[in-house]
Design a binder for this molecule. Structure first.
Ligand code: C2E
Ligand code: MG
Ligand code: MG
Length: 432
């Protein structure tokens, strides 16, 4: 191992982040390098249980073992501690087998029992490997090695060594980048709502609108919620996003008027189960609604069947509190996931939205017709309002009506519309 250009990590005596930085600037594509990123397992627990002083001993012992391995490995250019329990090794060349062999040797060394401060510890580590690629610097390679390693560390899955594969992991990096942009999106109002009419199928009039969130990303264009709502959940931003949606949907809906004697349409917002987990959820929800001036009866929430995976104990109390405040609760995408009839009885619900798979096969399959009839009948008898999603044709509409389904939503009536077009698009409400 060459020791030129080293600045020193005071704790371990290894090269530090600055040395890694300098090497990163100096290396170029003509000088291919691979990076191994090693992260100890459960190091935080060692610190928490045995104290930081012992944790420092562990880091020194690990560093010494890594150095012993690397010193007998001629292609190693640098061994550095980047942060906490994260170490990086830079190797000359881009040979996968050589990198994997070094990773195994490092793990073997680390897994030998360590005796520090009268305590015997068994350690292990995960190692991410990034091979040279295009013009990437060694910092960029280290980021890729880290991105490949993170899911392994989170799930505790084997193998403990993983090579970053451009095709496989590029998507992961892309998601991370989008997650970072999302905070800015909320701060800068790049997020917006469209509204899709919910229709009384018999009278052919709009009775409400579902608020559907979109993101106008400055570089990627308009993104749908299926792209970024899961990211918001992962990035811990779902509470902020949910509050943004509720605030804007209520503010918009408060200005809607019914045609003639018809009542003003309601608005529905989609909730993620993670929002319900927040202990301040109900209080914040009620405060946002009260501030908007919207009558609680004109607001409904939609929750997908995934709430049921979370367990009834977690979701029933906040949903009951919303209903007590006068807000309606709808189960969304019914028929795709977990619902058993028992759950339907135990959830505090006002209605159910039948997933669009029911409507989509209605005019082509007799089985779908029988299933939809059974679902509409059963839900109706339980006193729940039923809204069929995904109505795309006059034939489907006719079938749904003949089955006694009273409400529907879908492209046949209208696609989701920007808020500015909502009142203009409101068709006349024909008397019953
Ligand atoms: P969802 O609540 O079931 O919303 C209905 C989705 O079906 C919407 O897609 C809508 O554009 C689409 N759709 C409506 N009519 C038709 C039709 O006739 N045919 C077909 N093929 N599709 C139809 P979108 O806007 O992409 O929303 C997808 C999902 O994202 C929503 O499903 C909802 O679960 C979630 N979502 C939307 N907005 C929010 C939000 O503000 N917060 C949370 N947590 N989730 C949201
Ligand atoms: Mg919905
Ligand atoms: Mg739905």
């Amino acid at each position: 191992m060459r020791r030129s250009q080293r600045t020193c990590d005071l704790l371990t005596g290894l090269a530090d982040r600055d040395a890694f930085d300098r090497l990163s600037v100096a290396s170029g594509p003509a000088w291919p390098r691979s990076v191994l990123l090693l992260d100890l397992d459960r190091f935080r627990a060692i610190n928490d249980v045995h104290g930081c002083a012992l944790g420092d001993h562990v880091l020194r012992a690990v560093a010494a073992r890594m150095e012993a391995v690397c010193s007998s490995w001629p292609s190693v250019v640098l061994l550095a501690r980047l942060a906490g329990d994260e170490f990086a090794v830079v190797l000359e060349g881009g040979e996968r087998a050589a990198c994997e062999a070094l990773a195994e040797a490092l793990r073997d060394a680390i897994r030998e029992p360590i005796a520090v401060g009268g305590v015997q510890l068994l350690l292990d580590a995960g190692i991410g490997i990034a091979l040279p690629h295009g013009e990437l610097t060694i910092w960029e390679l280290a980021s890729r090695a880290g991105a490949a390693l993170r899911p392994l560390k989170q799930t505790g899955k084997l193998p403990r060594t993983i090579v970053y594969e451009e095709a496989e992991h590029a998507q992961l990096l892309d998601r991370l980048a989008l997650g970072l942009d999302l905070r800015t999106a909320l701060a800068e109002d790049q997020v917006e709502l469209d509204y899709q009419p919910i229709v009384d199928l018999g009278r052919r009039c709009v009775i409400g609108y579902e608020a559907l969130v979109r993101w106008s990303h400055p570089e990627r264009g308009r993104l749908g919620p299926l792209t970024f709502v899961p990211l918001a959940e992962e990035a811990g931003l779902i509470v902020e996003l949910g509050e943004w949606v509720l605030t804007h949907a209520c503010a918009e809906a408060v200005g809607w008027r019914g045609r003639g004697p018809a009542p003003a349409p309601f608005v529905t917002v989609n909730l993620s189960v993670r929002e319900l987990d927040d202990p301040t959820f109900v209080a914040r929800f009620r405060a946002t609604l009260a501030n908007s001036g919207l009558a609680p009866e004109r607001l409904k929430v939609e929750l997908t069947e995934s709430v049921l995976a979370a367990g009834l104990d977690r979701v029933v109390p906040p949903l009951k509190a919303l209903r007590q405040a006068g807000v309606g609760v709808l189960l969304d995408d019914f028929g795709t996931g977990y619902s058993s009839l028992q759950y339907i009885r135990e959830l505090p619900l006002d209605g159910v939205k039948l997933d669009r798979v029911f409507a989509s096969d209605l005019d082509v399959s007799a089985g779908a017709w029988t299933l939809t009839r059974a679902a509409v009948g059963m839900l109706g008898e339980l006193g729940l309002e039923v809204i069929a999603e995904g109505v795309e044709s006059a034939a489907q509409l006719a079938q749904l009506r003949s089955l006694g389904c009273r409400f529907g939503q879908g492209y046949y009536f209208a696609r989701p519309l920007p808020g500015s077009r909502v009142s203009a698009e409101l068709p006349d409400c024909e008397p019953a």
